[in-house]
Design a protein around this ligand. Sequence first.
Ligand code: IPE
Ligand code: IPE
Ligand code: MG
Length: 260
Amino acid sequence: MPSTTANQQDATGTPQPGDTPRLELPSAELPRHVAVIMDGNGRWAQQRGQDRTFGHRKGAEAVRAVVTESAKLGLDVLTLYSFSTENWTRSQSEVAFLMNLYVEYLVRERETLAENNVRFIQIGRREGLPTPVLHEMDQVIEATSKNTGLTLALALNYGSRAEITDAVRAIARKVAAGELSPDAIEDTTISNHLYTAGLPDPDLLIRTAGEMRLSNYLLWQISYAEFYVADVCWPDFQVEAYHKALRAYAKRQRKFGAVV
Ligand code: IPE
Ligand code: IPE
Ligand code: MG
């Protein structure tokens, strides 16, 4: 069935017990780039009488299902917001827990990423991240750099305003050095100086836990992304919930300012 997405059924076409749910959408109706604001870990834990950190642990486990499904569906890019430049204002113990969790995640997932032909990159500032996080991240970036499937961009120490500021500084340096004329600056010049340079803009932006705000995420890149808010907290965002978002996206009519 070339017109529908792969990996939705076994070789005989018969659903098997324990199969992952089937999406049944033509590939052409899928987004190329999905960006996710993985929110609600703390609330998920607190609703269960647990510490916020328990939610972060469950949240890290939930990442695998969405990454694996994105790879199976043949998406080009999945961008996951996992730590913002503003998240440093949280308690020292929560921040330390999260940094340890990133190290654990990067060590644990390296093999799964490789098996799924996923290319891993970071978007965000390196400065400020602890050395063990940078070290493990570089290992995964290196180990997956030749993979040709899904690009997984982990937004870690990411803030859109910081990203735009960094881009403006880099462009200004080129202008000051006489390498670039101010009149030659186009919107593509700006895109090419963002951390996401070379990636297509997100088509679909998903935020979990019901919040309807962007929280400094990909402000430039999401200009024409379709926005989908899921009520479930991130640890409960499994493949079925992801499919629901993808189906909602497939029904949207994108217009890009034109009359269609
Ligand atoms: C998202 O969950 C994870 C991070 C921001 C690191 P939260 O920790 O923001 O969870 P809530 O929003 O407080 O429930
Ligand atoms: C956005 O969630 C950042 C991440 C999911 C990593 P926050 O929980 O930090 O955002 P606010 O504080 O609700 O806006
Ligand atoms: Mg939150």
